[in-house]
Design a protein around this ligand. Sequence first.
Ligand code: TYD
Length: 135
Amino acid sequence: MYSVFDCKILDLSKVHTDAGNITVLENSKNIPFDIKRIYYLYDVPMGADRGGHGHYELQQYIVAASGSFTFVLDDGLSKKEFFLNDPSKALHIQPGIWREIKGFSSGSICLVLASNSYSESDYIRDYEEFKNFKL
Ligand code: TYD
């Protein structure tokens, strides 16, 4: 079982040019799982909270592609907050971690790289069920 202390913000490589930056994530190179799905959260209304679930198996890399927001991670024992505001960094969320997302800045884009395709059966949406799973 993973704890919130196994979830870290990682520096991604950045190619800097006079015309701006490029950051690349490439399977088998700088991400510890094969990317099976990419999705992004955007047009999140000010003050809205998202998340409120865990995953049994899924691993994710979270990137603030634009703007900023905060992930609150919870392993059933400890909670840890991660503020993301830099597209050259990624938060690695391990399996079995509850997350809430809050404080989206206007126009922010939360890019998610995921280790599996969408499966509702991989979600734990009830916090008591999550706590029991973590026991
Ligand atoms: P959910 O993951 O619960 O949102 P968040 O954690 O950002 O608050 O997903 C919201 C809805 O979108 C839910 O009904 C399922 C749907 N969804 C898909 O159909 N495919 C996907 O890949 C994702 C991430 C969500």
